[in-house]
Design a protein around this ligand. Structure first.
Ligand SMILES: [Zn+2]
Length: 370
């Protein structure tokens, strides 16, 4: 392990200087770091995975990488697809109760009915009885789902209040993917990181749909949800769609001191900011070390080949580890030059990779299956 000695000025050192005797030597704290090889021996959580395999093999293989998972069934407009996603997160939970946390979504169908909230609460309670430990809300709210009068339903709609009040009462946390990366509202030629996704998903490329709510509207609706439900335990997926600016992300975390964020599919956005000002990104990660969890958005479909899926996950995990935990150069797909790793202190890496996820789901990591 490498060790770096960092002198720290303490407030009392200032007071000591005002006395006549010589001040004591400044105390030093030791900033320890992991190496790239430590990846193999450190326990980690991937806070944002979609493992929808029909068997437990992928999670078994990931045991070697010392990864456990927050496994999320995201909303799907197609009810069959939605059912498959939910069945398979429970398949994973049953196979590996100590290695996965199951997070579920709720259907929007019937939103205009008087008993939608009541039915949705029953649906969620049933999922909690099967072991689900969290709820995901997705960008379909705000960008896709419309009520009977044809209006988009936004995340701060009072119609959701009974659901969130119920989740607060039960202590169930929510992961929210709301809005999209800011680049979604830019023309493709101005994008740096998300060109690939939006050129192939024109339906979600909001620059092409000026009649739709703006980036700011989406984030305001998300903030509205948090203001309406101050007790709700909330994690902003994908760096809360503030991936483009650690300053904006810091302001969000300051505005809502109870919430956290996770990094899924937005590490390249941090890396891009690193390429412009590494110290700034590093200082942000250290200052908000209790508020950020590591996630990838890895997806393993019901018929995926485990071998390929685990190989792809390992490439991503190792590259990200190198970026956060070491000062080695890291290749980033969208950038021409490699980016230097942040070399975060071990204590910060442990929070990013495990402790913050464990705290968000304190009771959900069950004992191993017998
Ligand atoms: Zn996802």
């Amino acid at each position: 392990m490498k060790k770096l000695f960092v002198p720290v000025l303490l407030a009392f050192a200032v007071a000591a200087c005002q006395r006549t005797e010589a001040p004591a030597a400044e105390p030093e704290i030791v900033e320890e770091h992991y190496t790239a090889a430590d990846f193999d021996s450190v326990d980690k959580v991937d806070f944002h995975a979609h493992i929808h395999a029909r068997d437990g093999e992928f999670v078994d293989r990931a045991r070697e990488d010392r990864f456990r998972f927050v496994n999320i069934a995201t909303h799907a407009a197609d009810p069959d697809e939605m059912r498959t996603r939910h069945e398979t997160v429970f398949t994973q939970l049953q196979a590996h109760p100590d290695r996965v946390v199951a997070v579920v979504s709720f259907p929007m169908a019937g939103w205009d009915d008087d008993d939608w909230a009541e039915r949705t609460i029953r649906y969620l309670d049933d999922a909690f009885e099967q072991g689900a430990a969290g709820v995901k809300v997705w960008k379909n709210i705000g960008m896709e789902f419309r009520d009977e009068s044809g209006d988009l339903v936004m995340m701060d709609d009072p119609g959701f209040d009974p659901i969130f009040a119920h989740l607060v009462e039960k202590g169930i946390p929510v992961i929210g993917h709301l809005g999209e990366p800011r680049e979604c509202w830019l023309p493709v030629e101005e994008m740096v990181i998300h060109k690939g996704y939006f050129s192939t998903h024109p339906e979600y490329h909001m620059y092409l749909h000026p009649e739709m709510p703006s980036y700011e509207d989406q984030l305001a609706a998300r903030d509205g949800l948090l203001k309406r439900n101050p007790e709700l335990r909330f994690a902003g997926a994908h760096l809360a769609s503030l991936e483009w600016s650690v300053d904006e992300l810091a302001a969000f975390l300051d505005r809502f001191p109870g919430v956290m964020v996770e990094t899924a599919a937005r590490v390249p956005d941090l890396q891009y900011q690193s390429s412009l000002d590494r110290e700034k990104v590093r200082a942000f990660m250290i200052e908000y070390q209790d508020r950020i969890a590591y996630g990838t958005d890895l997806t393993v479909g019901p018929s995926a080949a485990t071998e390929e899926a685990i190989a792809a996950a390992r490439t991503r995990w190792r590259s990200d580890w190198r970026y956060f935990a070491t000062d080695l150069p890291v290749e980033v797909g969208r950038l021409e030059e490699p980016v230097q790793g942040l070399n975060l202190p071990k204590t910060v890496v442990d929070k990013l990779y495990r402790l913050n996820a464990e705290r968000f789901f304190p009771d959900a990591w069950g004992p191993p299956a017998s």
